[in-house]
Design a protein around this ligand. Structure first.
Ligand code: FES
Length: 146
């Protein structure tokens, strides 16, 4: 193998690895999106729709931002508003947290800032489950489209 052939082969491998890594991060958190509706000041979904220990994204008609929900333990859930606290751009779910493509802020899987410019964690939404197994995710009025 001559030098030119070696360089061409190694560059090709590097580009392939970079694309594979980018795709893996982009797709890691992009599981099924659950469609839901807003009922008053709540989003309601069936708890049985969630997979264990994994964030799932809820797209609720009438909400400005999507919500990520994860079952933490039996009867315990965490819900995060997918809005960057820097300048309110939507954030996306990655393999190990959340990313804002506007200025590059990163948040861990609890919504804490890992990398700025954001200074505040993602907004946590109160969640409770009723006896019928319906999750009620509580909203603030400003989160709804006007
Ligand atoms: S809006 Fe998200 S980093 Fe600026």
């Amino acid at each position: 193998m001559n030098r030119r052939h070696f360089l061409r082969e190694t560059c090709s491998l590097c580009v392939t690895a970079m694309i594979a890594g980018w795709l893996a991060e982009s797709c890691a958190g992009s599981g099924r999106v659950i469609q839901a509706g807003v009922n008053g000041q709540e989003v309601e979904i069936k708890a049985s729709e969630l997979e264990d220990n994994r964030f799932q994204v809820i797209d609720a008609a009438g909400l400005r931002y999507r919500i990520a929900v994860r079952r933490e333990a039996e009867g315990q859930y965490v819900a995060l508003l997918l809005m960057c606290t820097h300048a309110r751009n939507p954030v996306t779910l990655t393999g190990n947290g959340f990313y804002c493509p506007l200025h590059g802020s990163r948040f861990d899987d609890q919504g804490n800032v890992v990398q700025g410019p954001a200074q505040q964690p993602l907004v946590h939404l109160p969640v409770n489950m009723d006896p019928q197994g319906l999750l009620h995710i509580h909203l603030q009025p400003w989160m709804k489209e006007s």
